[in-house]
Design a protein around this ligand. Structure first.
Ligand SMILES: Nc1nc2c(ncn2[C@@H]2O[C@H](COP(=O)(O)OP(=O)(O)OP(=O)(O)O)[C@@H](O)[C@H]2O)c(=O)[nH]1
Ligand SMILES: [Mg+2]
Length: 286
C-alpha cells in the first residue's frame, strides 16, 4: 500500500479545485470563475486497492487584506508541513509571471518533489502549450511537468500515476470509501456558496458566507451571510428570485450527497464585517 499527502498550490483561479476533483474522480471542492473560491484546506482522497492519495486543495496564494484572507494564507503556509510532494498548478491561458515565481520560490524550498501542472490546455494551440511549458520549466528544479486539462480530463490519469509513484509505503489515513474530510454540513454549505458565487459578481461573491443551521431528515436550513444591506438585496433578488434560484440549483446536488430528498430553506442575513470578525471565522473553522 502506498499512501501520502500532496499539497496543491498556485495562484487563485488557476484550476486547483477542478484538478483535485478530477484526480479524485468526483466533486470534493467547489469551483467558480471568481478568484478566492476556496477558503479552507480540503482533503480530496483518491482511493484504489493499492494506494491512497490525499490531495490538499488550498486557497490560492494571495496578499492578505483582512482577517479572512490572512487566515486563508496561513492555511496555505501551514499545509506545506509534512507533505510527500507538492503540485504547483499554473494556468496555460494566462501569463506565467511574478505571482507564479513567488509561489515557486516557496514550494521549491520545501525539500519535497514538486510536480508542475500546466492546466487549461484544452483548445490551446500546440505551439502555445509548448512555450508555456518552456516558461514553466525554469521555475525550479521540478520532478515532472504535466500539461493537463482538469476540465476535459486530458492528462489527468498520467498525472495521478505520477503522484502515486511519489508516495511512500504507508497506512490508510482515511476509510477507503471516503473522498473528503469535510463534514456533511460544510459540504452542503459549500455547494450553496458555489451556486451563490455563480449568480453574483464584483465584490458580492467575496462577501458571501454560508452556514448550515439545521440538517434534519427532511429539512436543510441554511443562512447566506453578506456584509451589507445592498449586498443582501442583490442576493435576495426581485421578489426573492435570486435566492430561490440558488436553492433550485443547489438542491439536486445536496440531495445526491445525502441520498434523500429534502426541503431546502435558505435565508439571507447581514453580518457587517464578518470577514474581519475573528470569532466568526473561528466558528466557521476558517
Ligand atoms: N478551460 C478550462 N477551464 C478550467 C480548467 N480547469 C479549471 N477551469 C476553470 O477555471 C476557473 C477556476 O477554477 P477553480 O478550480 O475554482 O480554480 P482554483 O485554482 O481552485 O481557484 P481558487 O480556489 O479561487 O484559488 C473555473 O471557471 C474553472 O471552470 C481547464 O482545464 N480548462
Ligand atoms: Mg479552489
Amino acid at each position: 500500500m502506498r499512501s501520502g499527502f500532496v499539497a496543491v498550490a498556485g495562484r487563485p483561479n488557476v484550476g486547483k479545485s477542478t484538478l483535485v476533483n478530477a484526480l479524485c474522480g468526483g466533486k470534493v471542492a467547489i469551483v467558480s470563475d471568481k478568484p478566492q473560491t476556496t477558503r479552507r484546506r480540503i482533503f480530496g482522497i483518491a482511493n484504489a486497492d493499492d494506494y491512497q492519495l490525499v490531495l490538499a486543495d488550498l486557497p490560492g496564494f494571495q496578499r492578505p487584506r483582512d482577517a479572512l484572507t490572512q487566515h486563508m494564507q496561513r492555511t496555505v503556509d501551514s499545509s506545506f508541513e509534512d507533505v510527500d510532494a507538492v503540485l504547483l498548478v499554473l494556468d496555460a491561458r494566462d501569463r506565467i509571471g511574478a505571482g507564479d515565481r513567488f509561489i515557486a520560490q516557496r514550494v521549491f524550498g520545501l525539500g519535497v518533489p514538486v510536480v508542475i501542472v500546466v492546466n487549461k490546455v484544452d483548445r490551446l494551440k500546440a505551439g502555445h502549450i509548448a512555450s508555456q511549458m518552456q516558461t514553466a520549466s525554469v521555475l525550479g528544479d521540478f520532478h515532472a511537468l504535466h500539461p493537463v486539462s482538469a476540465k476535459t480530463g486530458d492528462g489527468v490519469a498520467e498525472l495521478r500515476e505520477e503522484l502515486v509513484g511519489l508516495l511512500p509505503e504507508g497506512p490508510l489515513y482515511f476509510p477507503q470509501d471516503q473522498r473528503t474530510d469535510l463534514s456533511l454540513e460544510t459540504q452542503i454549505a459549500e455547494l450553496i456558496r458555489e451556486k451563490a458565487l455563480r449568480s453574483t459578481k464584483e465584490e458580492v461573491p467575496h462577501a458571501i458566507m454560508v452556514e448550515v443551521e439545521e440538517l434534519e431528515e427532511k429539512v436543510v436550513r441554511a443562512a447566506l451571510y453578506v456584509e451589507t444591506e445592498s449586498q443582501k438585496q442583490i442576493l435576495v433578488g426581485k421578489g426573492g428570485s435570486m435566492v430561490r434560484r440558488i436553492g433550485t440549483e443547489a438542491r439536486p446536488e445536496i440531495e445526491a450527497l445525502l441520498g434523500r430528498s429534502v426541503f431546502l430553506d435558505l435565508h439571507v442575513k447581514v453580518r457587517p464585517r464578518w470577514r474581519r470578525d475573528e470569532a466568526m471565522l473561528e466558528r466557521l473553522g476558517l
